[in-house]
Design a protein around this ligand. Sequence first.
Ligand code: UFG
Length: 330
Amino acid sequence: MAIMVTGGAGYIGSHAVAELLAKGEEVVIVDNLQQGHRNAILGGSLYVGDLRDADFMDTVFRENEIDAVIHFAANSLVGESMTDPAKYYHNNVYGTLCLLDKMKEYGVQRIVFSSTAATYGEPENTPILETDRTQPTNAYGETKLSMEKMIKWFDHAHGIKSISLRYFNAAGAHESGQIGEDHQPETHLVPLILQVALGQRQHISVFGEDYDTPDGTCIRDYIHVSDLADAHVLAVEKLRQGGASGVFNLGSGNGFSVKEVIDIAREVTGHPIPAVAEARRAGDPAVLIASSDRAREQLGWKPKRDNLQAIIASAWAWHQAHPQGYKDWK
Ligand code: UFG
């Protein structure tokens, strides 16, 4: 029996594929390569196509005996979702509907879903609990919440069991140095800082120094991408053992401000990394920190790389070896 990984050529998806392969799982990757990279796939079978293409999905489901789906495929840029929400509803929400329809048709009863802290919006509490209010402040988070809810109703009606994993800030790269973070365009703090250290940018912009935090910059909960990947393996295992559907936060429980992240990157890289204060970025909550107690208790998940120095060092190793990202490989 194989595990289908949609979006398996993307940043988090490719790290999950690596963990599944290390566990000896048979992996079938479905990716339209809009954001994903062929070179990010370390094994398994790749099908290049779109979830919304029913004929394509029939081929994948017919040619493989799929036991569970891990669903990463989605657009994930908060800013873009505010200017082009239709793209997010079409690819994320409609894409998930198409996938669930096919799972129903082919009798696949387990799905692990890649969700986000953006489903919460401005948090009610710190750290954030899964039971807290979900009120997204951007279209991206709204589509992810809609996808979670759609999946829930497919369980209710058709018995498709699901685990939705709400990630906080994924960072870092695989310990092999073979796969890492490469988005086009890049908008994430850690890779942008490392581009400064590589001499590809003059400075890092700090979006807002007037937040209600100790140093005035936003605080986030950074979690190593391979720790996120491990949680997917555990979630599939839980569903295979007949576990109930549920929603889980995945974070380290530690918050770091933008200035602290830059300071740690200065230590790790030995580069001065000039920083320039700029205006706030729209839609950024001041503080996002997860409580991951539920994942620890119910999935048996334990982040192994929960030190930001080590997370940034792993990202730095990847960026130094691949200064142009996956382009270097072609
Ligand atoms: N930031 C800067 N300068 C930059 C880039 C980012 O100061 O050049 C700041 C942001 O304003 C934010 C922090 O660094 O305060 C982290 O920003 P990222 O863009 O790296 O990450 P986000 O917290 O905005 O978003 C991440 C994921 C989203 C997800 C969200 C959930 O990328 O997909 O976490 O919290 F929705």
